[in-house]
Write a new protein. Structure first.
Ligand SMILES: Nc1ncnc2c1ncn2[C@@H]1O[C@H](COP(=O)(O)OP(=O)(O)OP(=O)(O)O)[C@@H](O)[C@H]1O
Length: 328
């Protein structure tokens, strides 16, 4: 049996079905990305998994304990970080974590040791005596993550933890989450920042309007979406235009739009983004062949191509295909 089993979860708010027949399972040591646009039902699902809300119907088993029938048994196994978390005024990082360690019933030397080990893991030790209100968002978020780790839970539920973090803090968060998974914890992380989840997660669940549209390993999800759906790779073309101006860019756009597989050309700063449409099931070889035709056409027209690259299909493309582009 998996560490977490979610079966037919539903949550109605009056006439609104916020979560609609959601089922998935999660193994210890793995990271699941929960992707969906605003209002998709991510927070509601995570709140139910955190035992802060009860489902209208369905069942959740955590290590065999029902979250619905025996939430008290399951709670010690859960660490939950909501999308909005606060800290207290006039409290240092150490005091904040120590306060929650007391709340978890840790005592004496064991408590101090636990707080110190959580601070060391999250890189907060040098900031132990800083007021939490004086920290950057990335550091405050680490304090919040540290708080969820104090009782050494088996399942971590992190609601949009990467939201508002700068790129460096995101990379550091990713490394922390990977280390936690390596310790055997199961992690669910929700986000609408798709590309970032692709690098963090082992598996992904795409949710929209309360329903799971696709679940699976990130690599399988990408491959599945390519089978049966038209493949729409993008190319980036840069021209050594210098001061010659718009005429050259416009000529390049015209040449590209005359090519059979090109569906869209857009100028983005000093580059052209070119969208191709290939037949269902097309692979990297077909993308390369189509790209070679375009490059030859540009060069034959005497255009000064200085860079030309294809973009790999990523999780964002899979998401757009699954949701049929209804959401951004
Ligand atoms: N307590 C509530 N009462 C009524 N409706 C609610 C309640 N909580 C959530 N909803 C509605 O349920 C739907 C799902 O909301 P939820 O917060 O789970 O989405 P989400 O995917 O987490 O989105 P976001 O990224 O915006 O937080 C939304 O339509 C929301 O308005």
């Amino acid at each position: 049996m998996s560490l977490l089993e979610v079966k037919g979860l539903r949550r109605d708010y009056g006439p609104l079905r916020a979560v609609d027949d959601v089922s998935f399972s999660l193994e210890a040591g793995s990271i699941l990305g929960f992707i969906g646009p605003n209002g998709a039902g991510k927070s509601t699902t995570l709140r139910i998994l955190a035992t802060l809300d009860v489902p209208t119907s369905g069942e959740v088993l955590l290590d065999g304990h029902s979250l619905v029938d025996a939430p008290d048994r399951a709670r010690p196994l859960i660490g939950y970080m909501p999308d909005r978390y606060g800290t207290y005024d006039d409290v240092t990082v150490f005091e904040f974590l120590d306060f929650f360690a007391r709340a978890y019933g840790l005592k004496g030397a064991a408590r101090r040791q636990r707080v110190e080990s959580v601070m060391a893991f999250t890189g907060l030790t040098p900031l132990a005596d800083r007021l939490t209100t004086a920290l950057s968002k990335g550091m405050r978020q680490r304090v919040a993550l540290g708080r969820t780790l104090l009782h050494d839970p088996s399942l971590l539920l992190l609601d949009e933890p990467a939201d508002g973090l700068d790129p460096r803090a995101r990379i550091e968060l990713r490394e922390l989450l990977r280390a936690l998974a390596d310790q055997g914890k199961a992690v669910i992380i929700s986000s609408h920042i798709l590309t970032e989840l692709a690098e963090i997660c082992d598996t992904c669940a795409i949710i929209e309007q309360g329903r799971l549209l696709a679940t699976g390993k990130v690599a399988d999800l990408l491959q599945q979406q390519e089978v049966g759906a038209a493949v729409t790779p993008e190319l980036t073309v840069r021209l050594a235009v210098g001061d010659a101006g718009n005429a050259v860019w416009e000529r390049a756009e015209r040449v590209l739009l005359e090519q059979p597989r090109v569906t869209r050309v857009a100028r983005e700063g000093e580059a052209l983004r070119v969208r191709l449409e290939l037949d269902a099931g097309a692979g990297p070889a077909q993308v390369d062949a189509a790209a070679a035709v375009l490059l030859a056409a540009l060069v034959a027209a005497g255009l000064p191509v200085c860079a030309f690259s294809t973009r790999e299909r990523n999780l964002e493309d899979a998401f757009m295909t699954v949701t049929k582009g209804r959401v951004a």
